[in-house]
Design a binder for this molecule. Sequence first.
Ligand SMILES: [Zn+2]
Length: 120
Amino acid sequence: MNGEKSCLIEQFGEFETGSGLFYRYASLPNVGDRIQGHRHNFPHDTIVLRGRAHVIGRYADGSLAFEVDVVPGEVFPIDAEIEHEFVVTEAPYAHYCAYASRLPSGKVAGRATGWAPQGY
Ligand SMILES: [Zn+2]
């Protein structure tokens, strides 16, 4: 295993609890690090663990949906189909994104399925 790959595993991990929820972990060590803008066909809650980040959300037409600064302890919901980008303003930064377990169709499973949609 090369160092780069193990670093990625430490920075971005994912697990399913058996409660019907998935948690994705992201850790960004430096101010200015970012999670590029992306969107999902499902909503998720971002739970900030440490550090601070500036989060910009946009509708499909590119107009601004929200622009906020998130802080440790905050639970920040992001709706489905809203493109969102994180930029670290206080490092180190870490968060979990929590969302319902899905079926491959994208529908909520209501139970652990082991299947996770792509993306952060
Ligand atoms: Zn996301």
